[in-house]
Design a protein around this ligand. Structure first.
Ligand SMILES: Nc1nc2c(c(=O)[nH]1)N[C@H]1C(S)=C(S)[C@@H](COP(=O)(O)O)O[C@H]1N2
Ligand SMILES: [Mo]
Length: 247
């Protein structure tokens, strides 16, 4: 975590640290009467409701709601365009011999890898045993023909704001996916669908949602949160001053 205090607007929403009152948020969602300490079955209902609400929420504030140890829905922009099989594109360019643009059906037609690991956010929340499925990033890089001058990979998102990066050797790991599915369902919009990056051994901020571009470069450029103090090498339990169990 950053050692210097940063301006509030430049921080991920932390657990229990929402700037907007819980009651106000629940009220906005028409959930005023629902306790946050609901029974587990109800909680599960609440989580899937919140998932749906996050899909429709133009304010992004549902991302600040506590949801019982599950995912929080994060976006650094107040709204993100929806994309589907008709208009989704992923471009691979930069230091490659064959720049390529993939549609969603192109990606679905490639061999899929399924991984089940814990998800760990750097603000503390963890979701155990979460299946992700998609195309290995290494496969897309090999198909594009990475040039010998390359050393890193940059990721762009169609929210127009978020960025991430990996070194080339990190990007080529077998546990780094261009993910199409999460929890055995097609990725929802709120979780970064139709396509997000999934970097299993690193804090979840590496797993860029709404992935639209992969550019092979000579060097690593820090991503959105890394410009705001997070570690560029984001190994779970070995970075950001945290000692979480590895995923
Ligand atoms: N495009 C984009 N990707 C992103 C983020 C974001 O704000 N925008 N937040 C990151 C952080 S800090 C986390 S913890 C996860 C949250 O993923 P989720 O919203 O599916 O729970 O997405 C990561 N990828
Ligand atoms: Mo995060």
């Amino acid at each position: 975590m950053p050692s210097e205090p940063e301006p509030e607007r430049d921080r991920e929403p932390e657990e229990g640290g929402s700037p907007v009152g819980r009651r106000l948020l629940l009220g906005m969602l028409g959930l005023g009467a629902l306790g946050v300490a609901a029974a587990p079955t109800l909680q599960r209902g609440l989580e899937s409701f919140l998932g749906g609400a996050a899909d429709k929420d133009p304010t992004g504030l549902t991302g600040l709601l506590p949801n019982g140890g599950g995912f929080r829905y994060y976006s650094v922009t107040s709204s993100v365009p929806h994309k589907d099989a008709d208009d989704y594109r992923l471009t691979i360019d930069g230091l490659v011999d064959h720049p390529t643009t993939y549609t969603l059906s192109d990606l679905r037609a490639l061999p899929q890898t399924r991984l089940v690991r814990d998800v760990q956010c750097v603000t503390g929340w963890r979701v155990p045993h979460t299946p992700f499925e998609g195309v290995r990033l290494s496969r897309l890089l090999d198909a594009a023909g990475v040039r010998s001058s390359a050393g890193a990979v940059r990721f762009r998102c169609f929210d127009g704001m978020y960025t991430e990066s990996l070194t080339l050797s990190q990007a080529r790991r077998a546990d780094v996916l261009v993910a199409l599915r999460m929890q055995d369902k097609d990725l929802s919009h709120s979780h970064g669908g139709p396509v997000r990056l999934y970097v299993a051994p690193m804090y979840f901020y590496k797993s860029a949602k709404w992935l639209s571009g992969i550019t092979v470069t000579s060097d690593v450029r820090p991503g959105y949160w890394e410009d705001r103090g997070y570690d560029v090498d984001a190994w779970v339990g070995r970075s950001n001053g945290r000692d979480d169990e590895s995923t």
